[in-house]
Write a protein that binds this ligand. Structure first.
Ligand SMILES: NC(=O)c1ccc[n+]([C@@H]2O[C@H](COP(=O)([O-])OP(=O)(O)OC[C@H]3O[C@@H](n4cnc5c(N)ncnc54)[C@H](OP(=O)(O)O)[C@@H]3O)[C@@H](O)[C@H]2O)c1
Length: 336
């Protein structure tokens, strides 16, 4: 086997993503080498390129999402994976507790090199068979966003059929999964977005309606239309967050995992305790969450929404789409 491979390397803050020759990763016992067939962007990759992520280290091969074929496994256990088509769980070393990840937990693609490469090294326990109804590109779009959305909705916010759910900023990768999962769980889903065209796309995926969060009075309009929400899923924080206390039904759950629009503004604590609201932080998910997410996706034959597919050599052009947030769904990279 060759000693080198091609990979997308980021060599510093705000540097261009470069397709270049690097050594093939060396395996430690219990690890597998996956020949990547497709990978996908998350906002995380963009934050890292912008220098706005904890624990930066360069050079780094980005990429938390990927699917491919297992080429080699180090150690006796796991040899049966060789030759299998797999999807990778990017949540590494979660630990034993379902409630929270252990200190050693990390996400594929920083500090450990990620999936934007011809080969990626991952623990065998992070391999899962690729769902049969998904192509490699569709499978690569699923892991990080699907996992985060699944845990947010079902483990943290305990979403049930018939609940009214609001998905904020539906154009986002995780948000699009949250919408799809909520609709398939039998919830009544509504969305917000900066663009009418994205609300329309969300409605084609089963959303019952939506408003632009950039319009004055958006939360009052939504309240008039819908009444209130049992679950609100947010990845933005920022000033909009204060409106969720009005929009939530008594007993409502507000679950969040990102801060794209800044921090949480001053909140009216009395509203939180009087309405018995739960403010729930969530991050990625446990191995059980990942398995449950895959089962749910296979049971409902859900296909990730793909914004666009690019040859991996064009990763730099592809990541620039995230600067404008013009995408709806996932931006995927395809390898030969
Ligand atoms: N903790 C975790 O485990 C975890 C996991 C995944 C992601 N995240 C974080 O969650 C966030 C979303 O990640 P992603 O990969 O889904 O990103 P993404 O695909 O880039 O989504 C960004 C979307 O956020 C929405 N948005 C931007 N500003 C907003 C605002 N002021 N109010 C409401 N919505 C706003 C926009 O939706 P419209 O286009 O519809 O306007 C935009 O498309 C990021 O901050 C990311 O770092 C955290």
């Amino acid at each position: 086997m060759a000693q080198t491979m091609k990979a997308i390397v980021l060599d510093g803050i705000k540097k261009t993503l470069v397709w270049m020759e690097v050594p093939i990763p060396k395996l430690e016992k219990g690890e597998a080498l996956v020949r990547t067939k497709a990978a996908a962007f998350n906002r995380r990759d963009w934050w890292i390129q912008q220098g706005q992520y904890a624990g930066l280290k360069f050079p780094i091969i980005l990429g938390s999402d990927g699917a491919g074929i297992v080429e080699a496994v180090a150690g006796d256990a796991g040899q049966a994976w060789i030759g299998k088509e797999v999807i990778i769980n990017p949540s590494i070393a979660w630990g034993d507790r379902e409630a929270v990840q252990q200190k050693a937990f990390h996400i594929l693609g920083l500090p450990q090199d990620g999936t934007f490469a011809q080969y990626v090294r991952v623990p065998v326990e992070n391999l899962h068979e690729k769902p049969r109804h998904l192509t490699f590109e569709e499978a690569a779009a699923l892991p990080l966003g699907g996992l985060t959305a699944y845990r947010a909705l079902f483990r943290r916010a305990e979403l049930k059929a018939g609940d009214k759910v609001l998905v904020v900023g539906v154009g986002g990768g995780v948000a699009t999964f949250a919408l799809q999962l909520a609709v398939h769980a039998g919830a009544d889903a509504y969305v917000t977005s900066s663009k009418v065209s994205k609300i329309e796309r969300a409605m084609a995926l089963g959303a019952k309606g939506g408003v632009r969060y950039t319009d004055d009075g958006w939360s009052e309009t939504l309240k008039e239309k819908v009444g209130g929400f049992d679950v609100i899923v947010d990845s933005a924080l920022g000033d909009g967050f204060a409106h969720y206390l009005d929009l939530a039904n008594p007993g409502g759950r507000i679950v969040f995992f990102g801060g794209t629009a800044g921090n949480i503004p001053e909140l009216n604590g009395r509203q939180i305790f009087w309405k018995q609201l739960s403010l729930l932080g969530t991050t990625m998910g446990s191995p059980t969450d990942f398995r449950n997410m895959l089962e749910f996706v296979e049971h409902h034959q859900i296909k990730p929404v793909i914004d666009s597919v690019h040859p991996i050599q064009e990763a730099e052009e592809a990541i620039r789409k995230m600067t404008e947030s013009s995408q709806f769904g996932k931006i995927v990279l395809k390898l030969e």
